[in-house]
Structures are given as C-alpha cells and as structure tokens.
Design a protein around this ligand. Structure first.
Ligand code: RB5
Length: 143
C-alpha cells in the first residue's frame, strides 16, 4: 500500500511521527510536504493529497494541520475524496466501515502521537462494509 501524506506547519510534527510509524510497517509514503514548521497554507496541501489519491498515485491519504479541520475541508474539495477528521479510534473504524474514507485527517494540536497512531492503525485495518453504505458512498461520489 502507498499512502500520500500532507500537512501544514501545525501538523508537521504529527505527520513526521505517523510517517515513521507507517514506514516501520513497510508502508510506502508519498510525502507531499510540508517539510518544516515554517508557516504554509493548508489548502494547497489538502488539495495535493486529494489529487494524489484520486489520480491513483497513492492508495489512500493522511493529512494533518493544527486542528485537522482546514486541511480536511481542502481535501474534500477534490472530487472523489472522502476525507474524515478523526479524534478517536471509534471514529476511524466507523468512517472506514460506513464512509469508505480514503483520506484520514488529524490535528497536530488536538491529538497526541500515541492516540494518532492508534487512530491511524484502526483506519488502516478496518474494511468498508459495503451493502447499504455503498449506495450512500455512491451518492457522495456523484455530488
Ligand atoms: C494554522 O495556524 C492553522 O490554522 C491550521 O493548521 C489549521 O488548524 C486550520 O484548520
């Protein structure tokens, strides 16, 4: 699996921690930046991750900003993206089961590293349930 990752300055440290965590599992990372804590604009990074996923350059994406809110809004502007901001393992599991979320968003100023690793792992390990949820995901994709 290849995962695209992107962040702004507020999510930089969390992105780096999660990147290392995933690489240790042999997961390939497409790191779209940012690469420092210098201030940047989260819309550019959310869009870049969204485009990487819908184009097939990556299988899924993870985005981080200070809260996870701005960069998730940006990613969701890209048609075909279903980006879910998660602050718990339960949210990560449910957004995979019901929404088939293809991008995970987390907030570097909201979620600590250990919690973020657990959220990421749950999001990676949980399958989409399909069934009645497929019709709703289709509706999202057609918007
Ligand atoms: C940057 O200061 C901050 O606004 C950004 O990281 C994010 O939290 C926006 O939603």
């Amino acid at each position: 699996m290849k995962i695209a990752m992107a962040c702004d300055h507020g999510g930089f440290e969390l992105k780096e921690e999660i990147k290392t965590y995933l690489e240790k599992q042999g997961i390939q990372i497409l790191d779209l930046g940012t690469h420092t804590t210098d201030s940047v604009d989260y819309p550019e990074y959310g869009e870049a991750c969204g485009e990487a996923v819908v184009s097939g350059r990556a299988d899924r994406g993870i985005v981080c900003c200070g809260t996870g809110i701005g960069i998730s809004i940006a990613a969701n502007k890209v048609k075909g993206v279903r980006c879910a901001l998660c602050t718990s393992v339960q949210m990560a599991e449910m957004t995979r089961k019901h929404n088939d979320a293809n991008i995970l968003a987390m907030g570097g100023r909201i979620t600590d590293t250990e919690a973020a690793k657990n959220i990421t792992q749950a999001w990676l390990d949980t399958e989409f349930e399909g069934g009645r949820h497929q019709r709703r995901v289709d509706m999202l994709n057609n918007m």
